[in-house]
Ligand binder design. Structure first.
Ligand SMILES: Cc1cc2nc3c(=O)[nH]c(=O)nc-3n(C[C@H](O)[C@H](O)[C@H](O)COP(=O)(O)O)c2cc1C
Length: 289
């Protein structure tokens, strides 16, 4: 069984052209080096006056930030390649942020660092990111073909809860969003334990995916709400008010396949499964009807 997993440290490289949200630029006066990066961190994270202008001090102060996180967080940075970039200083900063993500993960918190950069030809960081993408186009198509998903959560005692959700969508290459219309227990459980599993199958083709990840509830009052709810609004329409959005940050995607594909490979095709499902459910396709 092929399971795609994300490296524990969630450093995500995106092309500058894909930038759709504000980001902390790491350069200053056409230079990107230790001084400019520490200055930008100081400004953006309100470091106190006693901040000692070194990586260790910055790391300690950022750890305090992580300790105060209540759910998943994304920190966005940008690199302007027109600036004079000190690659060694940039590498030190990336190393520090990687350690920070690993620390967050050890505490069950999903911290993502998105770096908007302009890749050079053959740039390894961008190539690695392409390989480690979890919500691939195959997963996205499967979400679009699946009418329902099933969201599994657990409470503080480990008691599982599974419930169906129809209003769900891929938000980006990392996140699936689910509308909380009538899901009080899922919401309560996510507050107690962010670990979730989300399954969906195309009931005709009888294939789908299981997404393992961490979920955060984004409420209407939060500034990011409008961003996350956007893909769900047309699906829910006016008749189904959305109270909040469960943002599921994917750590792994595992295919779900009906046993027939493996037990009877010579006679099982997607088309034969569709025909069999149409008979089982007593329905016809538009083009057949
Ligand atoms: C077909 C179907 C689709 C549903 N879609 C959603 C949905 O998109 N969002 C939602 O919050 N509830 C949806 N529900 C309702 C919840 O599954 C239901 O209220 C459930 O009891 C919630 O359980 P929970 O509080 O454990 O999450 C749907 C129910 C069904 C039967």
């Amino acid at each position: 069984m092929s399971i795609q997993t994300r490296k524990p440290a969630a450093i995500i490289w995106q092309h500058s052209a894909e930038r759709d949200q504000p980001a902390i630029s790491l350069d200053e006066n056409s230079k990107l080096d230790k001084e400019s990066v520490l200055n930008k961190l100081r400004e953006s994270f309100n470091f106190p006056d006693y901040f000692g202008d070194n990586w260790d001090a910055a790391y300690d102060l950022l750890l305090d930030y992580v300790d105060q996180m209540e759910g998943a967080a994304t920190w966005r940075f940008s690199i302007n390649r027109a600036s004079n970039v000190n690659e060694a200083d940039l590498a030190d900063w990336i190393h520090m942020m990687t350690d920070l993500c690993t620390y967050a993960e050890s505490r069950g918190l999903a911290l993502r660092i998105v770096i908007h950069d302009s890749p050079k030809a053959g740039d390894q960081a961008f190539e690695e990111e392409a390989v480690s993408e979890i919500i691939t186009s195959e997963v996205r198509e499967s979400v679009e073909r699946s009418v329902l998903c099933w969201l599994a959560t657990t409470d503080e005692n480990g008691q599982p809860n599974v419930s169906p959700k129809e209003v769900f969508a891929v938000a980006d290459s990392q996140n699936i969003v689910v509308a909380n219309i009538a899901s009080p227990r899922s919401a309560r459980n996510i507050r107690a334990n962010q670990k979730v599993c989300l399954s969906f199958v195309d009931v005709f083709v009888q294939k789908g995916f299981k997404i393992i990840g961490t979920a955060t509830e984004v409420k209407r009052s939060e500034p990011e709400y409008s961003h996350w709810v956007a893909p769900l609004l047309t699906m829910a329409g006016d008749r189904y008010p959305i109270h909040s959005v469960f943002v599921v940050s994917a750590i792994a995607a595992e295919p779900i396949v009906a046993p027939s594909y493996r037990l009877y490979p010579s006679e099982t095709t997607e088309e034969s499964q569709i025909q069999s499902a149409l008979r089982t459910y007593g329905v016809t396709r538009d083009k057949d009807g």
